[in-house]
Design a protein around this ligand. Structure first.
Ligand code: ARG
Length: 419
């Protein structure tokens, strides 16, 4: 480990309580001669014991240990925006890790300002997106704060890290380190280890949250999601706050093998990475929301919104949460979600999540118009004239191209197109 010359007065460390950030806790005190304050945020990752983490941080020399439960804020200020934007990066990833980072950056800046700290330290490597999201977030909120990313610089091997932990009396948890994981109430991401070889199928153990579809119950389950202004508000008839809704739906969908997303992902730093996600509630909510939107929106709203959704997902993935474009996109999403209200029933069965039924007071679907049965009010004769005008320019373009070719071959050919 190389010694840094730069000294800091006080550093805020983003602390998970795990081995990596515990090693950082000691290492920063040793190498930067800095006082240290830790920050741990509960975004709904299971089994997070805030009191135990606080105790551990203080035992390892932190001057103060902040632990904050931000599940509600995460749900309403971050996940809600993702739901309204039907956010799926590259059409697949519900952005669970990505949308948590700007919140963590915001909390870190708040603590740093309160504590008069001059730097924020994180445990991200130099290969991922999380460093980008945290550092761009911090820079947008308070550009005077410095960032320390020791893991990016030190290149410590697993063995060296364990030796350092042993030397400094840092407890080594019996955690499964075959993969790198990150989790919050919107989902869990898993990468690394054997998963890095795309030629190999993922071992079953990769999924710890969602049942494998083949092991899921043989009986389907129907869940009812009620939406108001684009957000789910009641689950199976029970009113719930958004974070409670997601936390209640996660185990139901997970039991049925719903929420597994796997794909080849393009990271912002240029690398491709093979990713595995378990986002059970997210799959249900996004499917129900999208279908409800299609039920109440015009064709123009539906097709245009998709373009903005892809842009929103890219911006959130790329750590550009505070870019002014995001505020504009969010304003559009809020406006277009005003009448996304109603109920979707989902059928969960062995990994599949299908929208079984929909109802909404704003539905543009009209049975009298759509029916092939008796009593339709749709004037089929009106279609004839419509088709003529609708296809007029396309028809012209095709015929004119053909006749222009003929004329080029044979200048005496008829010049006019008969339409
Ligand atoms: N590839 C995902 C993303 O960039 C997941 C990152 C997981 N982070 C982690 N520290 N394991 O959002």
């Amino acid at each position: 480990m190389k010694n840094e010359v730069k000294k800091f007065n006080k550093v805020v460390l983003l602390y998970s309580g795990g081995l990596d950030t515990s090693v950082l806790l000691k290492w920063i005190q040793e190498n930067y001669g800095a006082k240290l304050v830790t920050l741990t945020a509960d975004l709904g990752q299971p089994d997070i014991e805030l009191a135990a983490i606080k105790k551990k941080a203080l035992a390892l020399g932190a001057e103060k240990a902040y632990v904050v439960d931000v599940k509600k804020e995460f749900a309403y200020e971050y996940v809600a925006k993702a739901i309204k934007a039907n956010a799926l990066y590259e059409g697949t990833y519900p952005l669970s890790t990505a949308i948590g980072r700007p919140l963590i950056a915001k909390l870190a800046v708040e603590v740093a300002e309160k504590e008069g700290a001059d730097a924020i330290a994180h445990g991200c490597t130099g290969k991922g997106n999380d460093q980008v999201r945290l550092e761009v977030g911090i820079a947008c909120l308070n550009p005077a704060l410095k960032v320390l990313a020791p893991v990016r610089e030190w290149g410590l091997s697993r063995e060296e890290e364990l030796a350092y932990a042993k030397k400094h009396g840092i407890p080594v948890p019996a955690e499964n380190k075959s993969y790198s994981t990150d989790e919050n109430l919107w989902g869990k991401s898993t990468e690394g280890g054997i998963l890095e070889d795309p030629a190999q199928a993922p071992p079953d153990e990769v999924y710890s949250l969602v049942s494998l579809p083949e092991n899921a119950p043989d009986t389907a389950e129907i869940v009812e999601l009620q939406f108001e202004a684009g957000l789910p508000t009641a689950l199976n008839g029970k009113k719930l706050e958004l974070h409670e809704f997601i936390l209640a739906l996660n185990p139901i969908a997970a039991k049925h093998g719903v929420g597994i997303y796997e794909h080849m992902e393009d990271r912002i730093v240029g690398l491709k990475t093979r990713e595995f996600y378990e986002c059970p509630a997210a799959e249900c909510i996004l499917k129900a929301h999208k279908e409800l939107e299609k039920y109440v929106h015009t064709i123009h709203e539906n097709t245009f919104k998709q373009v903005l959704e892809d842009k929103w997902s890219y911006m959130a993935y790329a750590g550009l949460w505070h870019d002014p474009l995001m505020a504009s996109l969010n304003a559009f999403m809020d406006k277009s979600n005003e009448n996304v209200e109603g109920t979707a029933k989902l059928k969960l069965y062995k990994g599949s999540c299908r929208v079984a039924s929909l109802s909404s007071p704003y539905a543009l679907y009209n049975l009298n118009l759509a029916t092939y049965g008796k009593g339709s009010t749709f004037d089929q004769n009106a279609s004839k004239g419509f088709i003529e005008l609708w296809g007029l320019q396309s028809k012209l373009a095709n015929h004119i191209a053909k006749s222009a070719k003929n004329i080029a071959k044979n200048p005496k050919a008829k010049t006019e197109v008969e339409i």
